[in-house]
Design a protein around this ligand. Structure first.
Ligand SMILES: C[S@@+](CC[C@H](N)C(=O)[O-])C[C@H]1O[C@@H](n2cnc3c(N)ncnc32)[C@H](O)[C@@H]1O
Length: 425
């Protein structure tokens, strides 16, 4: 394992965050990644992930990938998932890196390198990357903008970043309980964390923390509980604050990693009297309005690109006709349910990674024929032809249906055959 010297970061070990993660490494360490490995052996999973990040770049198995703030297992998971990739994991916490190193050895991950290095000094690696993954970290930095700029500095111009930061409104209950903990002087000793967990189990229904206590896996284990409630430094972002941060960092917003919760065209809100007015807002305002409407989003997970990303290589634009030649690829784990359906529905499409239960998509018989023809090879036009739907009506049924599948996180698009034509970001 490589090591770095000093702080903010010449001396990572002097920082409160480093000490905290040395005591409570995150996520709670695991030793068995066999079922994870099995799931990524499924053909097509890596290709779907690639095109989620890079709709317009031909699929490749060997990206250079940085996991920044890798914690106990994330870098090892990426090295398992992309066996032909060169993966680098960095973190300030020695304990977390030790767990990562154990996984590296146990699974013979020769494609994984680990370094004790703060994000702020990532340039010292003297490397650049196709993919930078940084989830659950930037909001803990003393200066998140500086961290983001440092990451952008090692991202290749046609690379992609997958970032996740805390969302503001859904974490209001967490902030309340952080203040409560400070009033009582709750320390991070195992005993006091256990007492806090036991006490908070009694917060009344309707408390702003209740939805997390009942639903989030992070509140089921004492160590994860400490991460959520006793972290010495964190901040959170509303959608507009996040979009400003991305812009200040010299990046552009690509897409939400899972976008349906941010789209007023999806779920229960689409059938309300406000549906049309919400959908008429510019996209950034649609996203901001949906964060306010949903009220319980606890994190924002998204894909960003450098602002000097080569033109025409971004996500598909449904305003242009070119995407009709794009190839839809089903996202992993999505399912079609054909039981207990509402009248007129032939199936209901579900992406189980959605936490909001209204984000299910009922489809008709004709739509089911289109859906069943998605094989990861045929373009939208070819699928339309197979299913007997006229592809010369780009604003008609075919266009609407595939845009809906995309909004609902059912498909990603491979637009690489279009070589940049008519698919401007
Ligand atoms: C909540 S954990 C997230 C771990 C991992 N990214 C994941 O999603 O599973 C935050 C991690 O960021 C690390 N970290 C915090 N500040 C850092 C910094 N300045 N540079 C590098 N890593 C940092 C912590 O040590 C911790 O392992």
């Amino acid at each position: 394992m490589g090591s770095a010297s000093n702080s903010p970061h010449r001396k990572p070990e002097a920082d409160a965050i480093t000490r905290f993660y040395d005591q409570y490494p995150y996520p709670p360490p695991v030793t068995d990644l066999d079922s994870y490995l099995d799931s990524w052996n499924e053909p097509g999973r890596r290709r779907a992930e690639h095109h989620l990040l890079f709709p317009s770049q031909p699929f490749r198995e060997n990206p250079d990938l940085l996991v920044a703030g890798c914690g106990t297992s994330q870098a090892a998971l990426h090295a398992l998932r992309w066996p032909a990739a060169a993966v680098v994991g960095i973190d300030v916490s020695e304990t977390s890196l030790r767990h990562s190193e154990e996984l590296r050895r146990r699974y013979s991950l020769d494609n994984l390198e680990l370094h004790r290095l703060p994000i702020e000094r990532v340039a010292e690696l003297d490397r650049s990357f196709d993919i930078v993954v940084c989830t659950g970290v930037l909001h803990h930095l003393a200066d998140p903008d500086a961290g983001l700029r440092a990451l952008r500095g090692v991202l290749r111009s046609d690379g992609a970043m997958h970032l996740m930061v805390y969302a503001r409104y859904g974490r209001f209950g967490v902030e309340m309980m952080q203040e409560y903990g400070r009033m009582l002087g709750t320390s991070t000793s195992k005993e006091e964390v256990r007492d806090l967990a036991e006490t908070l189990a009694e917060v009344p229904d309707g408390h702003p923390l209740a939805h997390l206590l009942r639903n989030s896996p992070d509140f089921r284990r004492v160590d994860a509980f400490a991460d959520a409630l006793l972290n010495p430094r964190e901040r959170s972002y509303s959608v507009p604050e996040l979009l400003d941060t991305i812009q200040r960092g010299g990046l552009v917003f690509g897409r939400w990693y899972r976008q349906a919760p941010y789209r007023p065209q999806c779920g229960a809100v689409a059938a309300t009297p406000h549906a049309e007015a919400l959908a008429a807002l510019p996209e950034p305002e649609q996203f901001a309005a949906m964060e306010l409407f949903r009220g319980t989003m606890v994190r924002h997970s998204f894909i960003g690109y450098r602002s000097d990303y080569p033109p025409g290589k971004g996500p598909p634009s449904f305003d242009a006709g070119g995407w009709l030649r794009a190839v839809p690829i089903r996202l992993p784990d999505t399912i079609a349910v054909e039981e207990r359906l509402a009248p007129g529905a032939a199936a209901v499409l579900i992406n189980p990674s959605h936490t909001y239960t209204d984000l299910v998509l009922p489809i008709t018989d004709a739509e089911q024929r289109l859906y069943q023809a998605i094989d990861g090879k045929a373009s939208v036009t070819e699928i339309g032809r197979k299913a007997g739907v006229d592809a010369n009506a780009p604003t008609g049924h075919l266009a609407d249906f595939f845009r809906k599948l995309w909004w609902y996180d059912q498909v990603a698009f491979d637009t690489s055959a279009l070589a940049g034509e008519a698919v401007a970001p």
